[in-house]
Design a protein around this ligand. Structure first.
Ligand code: SAM
Length: 246
């Protein structure tokens, strides 16, 4: 696992881009990010968990999708969205209120804090989801080991971990195209829309240099999570992993 001496200032970065984060996501994925989260949410709910943590919830898209799907299924798991950016969490709460106005009842608690020191008891959650957040926790992050051990601590033994994340594609051709997009398009267009070029340079760079499914599986295996199944989406540029705490 790559760790760096001086970490990128992720906290202030998300504080700066919170208001444009969703829009940039929609543009760069052609709106596909929603359907990836839908797939991940339906995978997570298959095990009928009672308590679910959406780690690095950001603007809450994943936990809100879990609320939508579970209410359609007539189940009511306790849902918690956790993130260290108060600005991102404010966006998430705003969206939750919008759902309430539309007479939907998302029962979600949003909690602010650092993934390296979570205010939850050991084994508190049956399932944990993390969509486009694990990269922040492990890639060139000097707290990577702490983040992974906290993830393991708050999940019950046998509990499920669902990860959706960017991935390094297998095909050389697609990898070349992907790298071109990440190097020459994402940072500048993302920077233009959000007003923060550095933030999108980091995002593009961490996506470009990120792991394959195999690399990620090895890191999580060492951290105490067993891979149950994996899928690659968009010709291998996005991974969906289903793991279990040993
Ligand atoms: C790329 S966003 C992903 C947001 C959301 N899960 C999604 O699917 O769009 C990553 C989120 O991780 C949060 N984050 C990064 N490092 C964190 C840490 N150490 N503790 C808590 N949250 C963290 C950031 O504030 C940001 O909201």
């Amino acid at each position: 696992m790559k760790e760096k001496q001086k970490d990128f200032p992720l906290h202030s970065f998300y504080g700066d881009i919170h208001s444009t984060y969703d829009r940039v996501n929609r543009i760069f994925t052609f709106g596909r990010d929603r359907s990836w989260r839908r797939t991940a949410a339906s995978e997570l709910l298959k095990s009928k968990p009672d308590r679910v943590l959406d780690l690095c919830t950001g603007t809450g898209d994943f936990v809100l999708e879990l609320a939508r799907q579970s209410s359609r299924q007539g189940s009511e798991p306790g849902l918690t969205g956790f993130d260290f950016s108060s600005e991102m969490l404010q966006e998430a709460s705003r969206k939750q209120e919008e759902m309430l106005r539309q007479k939907q009842q998302p029962e979600i608690s949003f909690v602010e804090g650092d993934a390296g020191d979570m205010p939850f008891e050991d084994g508190h959650f049956d399932s944990m989801g993390i969509t486009f957040g694990i990269r922040n926790l492990v890639y060139e992050n000097s707290n990577a080991t702490k983040h992974l051990s906290e993830m393991k601590r708050v999940l019950r033994p046998g509990g499920q971990l669902v990860i959706l994340e960017s991935c390094k594609p297998d095909s050389q051709l697609w990898r070349g195209f992907n790298n071109f997009f990440l190097r020459f398009i994402l940072p500048y267009l993302g920077g233009l829309i959000s007003g923060n070029l550095k933030a999108y340079q980091y995002l593009a760079n961490s996506s470009k240099n990120y792991y394959t499914i195999e690399d990620m599986g090895k890191i999580l295996d060492v951290a105490g999570f067993k891979m149950i199944r994996s899928r690659s989406l968009v010709m291998g540029s996005v991974m969906l992993l289903i793991l279990e705490k040993r």
